[in-house]
Design a protein around this ligand. Structure first.
Ligand SMILES: [Zn+2]
Length: 439
């Protein structure tokens, strides 16, 4: 295994220093990091990291890897390659595959595929209900006990709309410290919904998706989590009202103890608005939909003040034919892994709302805590697993869909200039990305 001497990296934006990575861990940090190198027999590679920021390997709580079933859109291998290029060392793979990840067998298959590919650790999310059908609970305990050690459960793509099922799921996962990650979408209020409901949806003739369809489910689920004293995670918060509900619930949970609510926001909801629907370009069609500039401002503030705990990509690859059609017929979703850190830099860091320590908290430490991961989301310190990303925040790049590592091309940022470039990613001391390319 190669030993790496990283010279002059700035940990979380601090003073430049050296890091020695060997045997999968951070051996030493500081100007004396290279002492003792000559006694080592393994090959040593020196990386000039002057001007680069060192962050802990990013952790995504919300990725769609599409395997098994839609290997034309993405595979575990291509999806984790995209993850590594985006600075991620761990991803949670959502359960809406074919077959659905609702048994120990399927989650173990996805977990093994991730290990074989070796680009990022894959932690399967288990389905809450059998076949995502919303009728009866899946084998949550068997998935938790499996080799994949599932702790996050979600019917993402669909909402667990039945309050009795949601209550039972929240009760059930307490036995193994699991969490229910809810895709908050009241189904009756969003039948055939196409974009954010407002003056613009009326003008464009597209069926509206009201904010209340998200907010009502979040409010209900917070109350259920409180009632049964469990752990709720709210996926992809997109409205100002949702931020206020989560803020209220967190204050209550903190005062009472015994239950928790955490929440995520996606990069696209930090940057893009519903105005883009006026192009009728389905590249901007996503679930939940792009919202108003007021909502974008609210989720940015929510992420800055910690009401929204994490950034999660909701990386949703779709093949060309599912996006290159009329808006109404197109699939929901957009790529996210390879651009997430740049979007967070543009919308939060460069805007003065977060520093790099805040980025590490929201894109590494906190998602690892929510997913109950032991060896990810750890600080960059001696003896810790060497999961590290080296990031050039001063770089700029113009996004090209054809240059994406993902099998799919549905990025909404094609042609945009974004700040930042992932230069290197290390997974347990092994380089998955070097010089901005797969190692
Ligand atoms: Zn979702």
């Amino acid at each position: 295994m190669t030993t790496y001497l990283i010279k002059g990296a700035s940990i979380l934006g601090g003073e430049p220093t050296d890091l020695l990575i060997a045997d999968g861990v951070i051996k030493s940090i500081g100007s004396q990091a290279s002492t003792g190198l000559d006694r080592r027999s393994s090959p040593v590679e020196t990386i000039d990291a002057a001007g680069l920021i060192a962050l802990p390997g990013l952790v995504d709580l919300h990725t769609h890897l599409r395997e098994p079933g839609r290997e034309d859109a993405e595979t575990v291998e291509t999806g984790t390659q995209a993850a590594a290029l985006g600075g991620f060392t761990a991803v949670h793979a959502m359960a809406n595959t074919d077959p659905v990840a609702d048994t120990a067998g399927v989650v173990e298959q996805v977990w093994r595929l991730g290990r074989e590919a070796g680009y990022a650790d894959v932690f399967p999310v288990g389905a809450v209900t059998v076949g995502l059908a919303g009728e009866r609970l899946a084998e949550l305990g068997a998935m938790a006990d499996s080799a994949a050690r599932v702790r996050v459960f979600s019917d993402d793509g669909k909402c667990v709309a039945d309050p009795v099922l949601m209550r039972r799921a929240l009760e059930y996962v307490k036995a193994f410290d699991g969490v229910i990650a809810q895709h908050a979408q009241e189904p009756r209020l969003t039948e055939d919904a196409q974009m954010n409901e407002g003056e613009l949806s009326g003008r464009l003739g597209l069926r509206g998706w009201p904010a209340v369809a998200e907010e009502a489910i979040i409010a209900r689920d917070c109350l259920l989590a409180q009632h049964v004293k469990s752990r709720l995670h709210v996926c992809h918060v997109s409205t100002a009202g949702s931020v206020e509900i989560v803020r209220w619930a967190k204050a209550r949970a903190e005062a009472e103890g015994g239950w928790t609510v955490t929440a995520e926001v996606c990069p696209h909801h930090l940057l893009l608005t519903d105005e883009l629907a006026a192009t009728y370009d389905p590249i901007y069609k996503v679930n939940p939909p792009l919202r108003t500039a007021t909502d974008v401002e609210a989720v940015r503030q929510g992420l800055a003040d910690g009401v929204l705990d994490i950034v999660a990509t909701d990386h949703a690859p779709h093949p060309h034919e599912d996006k290159d059609c009329e808006w109404q017929a197109a699939a929901f979703g957009m790529l996210g892994l390879e651009t997430a850190l740049s979007i967070v830099q543009a919308t939060m860091v460069d805007a003065g709302l977060l520093d790099w320590a805040g980025v590490a908290e929201r894109m590494s430490y906190a998602p690892a805590r929510i997913g109950r991961l032991d060896n990810h989301g750890r600080p960059i310190a001696e003896g810790e697993p060497a999961n590290i990303v080296l990031y050039d925040a001063a770089a700029t790049r113009v996004i090209e869909a054809s240059a994406m590592s993902s099998l799919s091309r549905n990025t909404p940022y094609a042609g945009r200039e974004l700040p930042g470039q992932v230069v290197a990613t290390f997974l347990r001391g092994k380089a998955t990305v070097l010089d901005g390319k797969l190692a």
